[in-house]
Design a protein around this ligand. Structure first.
Ligand SMILES: *Cc1c(COP(=O)(O)O)cnc(C)c1O
Length: 377
């Protein structure tokens, strides 16, 4: 089954007896047992719920994994992943990474005794140099956030496999519609389902997906034990969002391509970071490992004043955190997504007071350009 079809039909529900085209919301915390030592396959919704299970199977299929787990947010999924490790274990993460992930690593994982370090994983040499005998996992985001640096997933997988180091890829930006990290050798795929998978800026969700049965068993144990599971209603919303994933990804990518080119030519724009531009340093790598570039753009204005003024002037484009929904959103990484990143590290990455990030939605491109044009005037 091709990805577009899988998005629409998901994983068929074998327990369907009513003929319902949409999987119903099983709003039940617990399930009766037919008799002693018997169950229906469901006992208690922290462990499993039919609505969540349907969504998890759809995601496992889309990512080409054998198991997927749905969490109450992307951060809950990443926090559960980090429970795999013990004090003293080393984790190497991309330096160009979602600010909330860095906050978890810095303030929770470190306190728990993990040794977290960062590397520019878009450079194979830098990734290799960051590994130590204690390294147990590498956590990459590609394209990275907010500088859109692209990491070679298959290259990283080759480097790590021999060393017994797990490779986790945050695939939030590209989604399985454009990129399937497990097929490229990754061990775990991470998602903020809040973004493109849900797609409507109406719910939080997170996922872990793997094709490794032993790893899946450990993660399932962590999920049912720590309990940050996705609710039946939110599972329904994300499953509903995924039905139009292919359409939304195509449309927003087309808009992003047009908008990136328009920005490049703007007199107040100094640089545009978009994985789909011919001028992106890793354009060939993106073409090899993904079937699309997504719709996340960051760009540098000529001054902090221009950046701040644009945020105040946008009308149609919404000045709000988050990404991946049908509405186009603009954010100021310095004060929002990356506000917790220390200044020195921020400047090293290029997160200045002139940098803006746009999550391009599915509106008509002319309306987006008109709005940005008056905002940057
Ligand atoms: C938003 C985001 C997260 C965190 O997900 P939440 O659903 O907000 O908890 C993790 N990774 C990336 C790339 C994100 O954009």
């Amino acid at each position: 089954m091709r990805q577009e079809t899988c998005c629409v039909h998901g994983a068929a529900d074998p327990s369907h007896t009513t003929g319902a085209v949409c999987a119903p919301i099983y709003q039940s915390s617990t399930f009766t047992h037919p008799g002693v030592d018997q169950d229906t396959g469901y006992c208690y919704s922290r462990q499993q719920n039919p609505t969540r299970e349907q969504l998890e199977k759809t995601l496992a299929r889309l990512e080409g994994g054998t198991d997927a787990m749905a969490f109450s947010s992307g951060m809950a999924a990443i926090a559960a992943f980090m429970e795999l490790f013990s004090p003293g274990d080393g984790i190497v993460a991309s330096s160009d990474i979602y600010g909330g992930t860095m906050r978890l690593f810095e303030h929770i994982s470190r306190k728990n005794g993990l040794v977290v370090s960062y590397a520019d994983t878009s450079s194979p040499g830098a990734l290799k140099a960051a590994l130590t005998p204690a390294t147990k996992a590498v956590f990459i985001e590609t394209p990275g956030n907010p500088m859109m640096r692209v990491t070679d997933i298959a290259g990283a997988a080759r480097l790590l496999r021999g060393a017994g180091i797990a490779l986790a890829v945050d695939n939030t930006f590209l989604t399985p519609y454009y990129c399937r990290p497990l097929a490229l050798g990754a061990d775990i795929v991470v998602h903020s389902g809040t973004k493109y998978l849900g797609g409507h800026n109406d719910t939080l969700a997170g996922f872990l997906v793997t094709g490794d049965a032993a790893l899946a068993e450990r993660l399932r144990f962590i999920q049912k034990t720590t309990g940050a599971v996705l609710s039946p209603f939110d599972s329904f919303l994300v499953a509903r969002g995924i039905k139009t994933l292919a359409l939304r990804m195509e449309r927003s990518q087309q808009n992003a391509m047009w908008l990136a080119e328009w920005l490049l030519a703007h007199r107040k724009v100094r640089a545009v970071h978009y994985a789909g531009l011919d001028s992106h340093p890793a354009i060939e790598l993106s073409r090899r490992q993904a079937s699309g570039f997504g719709s996340m753009i960051s760009f540098e204005t000529d001054s902090a004043e221009s950046a701040r003024a644009a945020l105040g002037r946008v009308k149609l484009i919404l000045y709000a955190e988050s990404l991946g929904g049908v509405e186009t959103l603009i954010t100021y990484p310095l004060l929002q997504t990356h506000s917790d990143v220390p200044e020195e590290k921020r400047l090293e990455l290029g997160i200045t007071d002139r940098l803006l990030r746009i999550s391009v939605g599915v509106e008509n491109i002319d309306d987006l350009i008109e709005d940005l044009s008056q905002a940057l005037a």
